[in-house]
Design a protein around this ligand. Sequence first.
Ligand code: NAD
Length: 417
Amino acid sequence: MAKYKKIKVPKTGTKITVEKDKIVVPDDPIIPFIEGDGIGPDIWKATQMVLDAAVEKAYKGTKKIIWMEIFAGDKAVKVYGKNQWLPKETVQAIKDYVVAIKGPLTTPIGGGIRSLNVTLRQKLDLFACVRPVKYYPGTPSPVKRPQDLNVVIFRENTEDVYAGIEFKANTKAAKELIELLSTKYKKHIRSGSGIGIKPISKFGTERLVKKAIEYAIEYGRKSVTLVHKGNIMKFTEGAFKDWGYQAAKKYFPNKIVTEADLWDKYDGKLPEGKILIKDRIADSIFQQVLLRPTEYEILATPNLNGDFLSDACAAQVGGLGIAPGSNMSYHYGLFEATHGTAPKYAGMDKVNPGSLILSGVMMLEYLGWKKAGTMVENSMKRTIKSKVVTYDFARQMKGAKKVKCSQFAKELVKNMK
Ligand code: NAD
């Protein structure tokens, strides 16, 4: 048993382990949680109540999550002291217990950390940011048929702009790079430019695309689309597309059909049980998800495309208030709300806990506790349809009953069947 300074390991409960490349989940898993800053404590309390109730209802006491608090953000500074935004033992605890869930965290100003979320992703090598986007009937949406969009975005999390390799304009390093590119490679960059490096590797692409296809197989989804800007950036974005297709053929030769083969060999009809692998240029996919949403299921993207696309898709079905997410490595899973800390609403018991609760549903599914996950999801559908919602939805819905964050959670528990 690992020894922590401030984390209190519960007296009961069992660790999730990884065996033969799979997570092994006991009936009483210890799951670390980070409450989060700002609205974090409110939405976390609501989430915990809903998840516990669903597990209890689904398994009648034979399964139970044993929660263990770990610290990051403002609360970590309170517990560990100055500048301790992300204590080492927090990262260690997630490694030790494999699966964790977190509320939003403030990005500290100063203290040498760019963003706690980015740091967590890097330290745990959480290379896939997974964001399912689908419509819950009744949710206010800006489009006519929001129900047509049902995608899961797999966004690469460690390369591209997230590698964070940048050089400020007019620094020695920036000048040296401009000089080197000019003299050695005959590539001319205007002097006084800032420089950013955009690395995309075969290794990084393969593992992301492989994860996306594995997900498509597990959840019976019919297509995986590689989203890239390869027409312009051939050796990064274009390579992402090429390596993506190669990975699909290498790891899943009997499961996939490429779009080219679909027409050449199958007359445009996807054979039963196969997954279609296609690709789309990044700018075009923004039109496609609006104009032909039913043609897309899983979208695998390099970092920056995925960043834009996941927020745009979330907006299409009603916004970040109910958009869930997770960050995954080969086995670690860190499930999180996709919005920020909304500081002006902190402690008001007001905001929508939907994003964190649905992230909890993703976590239950990852544990293999799908029955409990489905219960929460169905209850979310019923509750939104009944128009009992938090302020953000209520103000856009006719005849809605506005409730507090905690009341919305109670309503979800009440509507659980
Ligand atoms: P934000 O998402 O915190 O809030 C923007 C606005 O969105 C809020 O004012 C509110 O009107 C609305 N909103 C957000 N969550 C809501 C909810 N659950 N229910 C209803 N309305 C909601 O974005 P911001 O103001 O740009 O960022 C605030 C802080 O959060 C910053 O420190 C930022 O770095 C951090 N942040 C953290 C994460 C994360 O931890 N994953 C993500 C984004 C931003």
